[in-house]
Design a protein around this ligand. Structure first.
Ligand code: DQA
Length: 153
């Protein structure tokens, strides 16, 4: 199964941006960790059910909308950190709602305990789950959940 790991605006700066909040792991390191995690999950999976991860990041709302609209042609699921778009982009929320592909929302930080404007995620009720506040582990837990969800549906 092909899974898209999608990261929104400013996540290309992971590891440099506000390290006290987002840590020192770069996006490349995060993606390598997820690739390793995917491989470890594959040890216990049948050949035809192998997980293949594809990575994409963009700072541009329209590019992300295009990516999400096209995702069902290729991917069985999306692990998505919409970053700041979570809090204000009705267009990205609508894109997620428009596709049948399951989307799991992830956040490095715990958006529920930060500034008031981060506490609402417009994605929350159009995604199948949300994992937050654990850095790379949020992504790993989100990926495990997504794979399990796809397996069961
Ligand atoms: C973030 C949280 C968002 O509020 C913020 O705008 C980000 C990153 C996170 O991963 O913690 O850019 O999605």
């Amino acid at each position: 199964m092909k899974i898209l790991i999608l990261n929104g605006p400013n996540l290309n700066l992971l590891g440099q941006r506000e390290p006290e909040i987002y840590g020192t792991t770069s996006l490349d390191d995060l993606n390598r960790r997820l690739a390793q995690y995917g491989e470890s999950l594959n040890q216990a999976r049948a050949e035809h059910a192998r997980v293949e991860l594809y990575f994409y990041q963009s700072n541009h709302e329209g590019v992300l909308i295009d990516m999400i609209q096209k995702a069902p042609d290729t991917y069985a699921g999306i692990l998505y950190n919409p970053a700041a778009h979570s809090h204000y982009s009705i267009a990205l929320r609508d894109a997620v709602a428009a596709i049948p592909t399951p989307v799991v929302e992830v956040h490095y930080s715990d958006i529920a305990v930060r500034e008031g404007f981060r506490r609402v995620s417009l994605m929350e009720d159009v995604t199948v789950a949300q994992f937050k506040g654990k850095g790379v582990v949020s992504y790993e837990e989100g990926l495990a959940y997504l794979i399990n969800y796809i397996d069961e549906h």
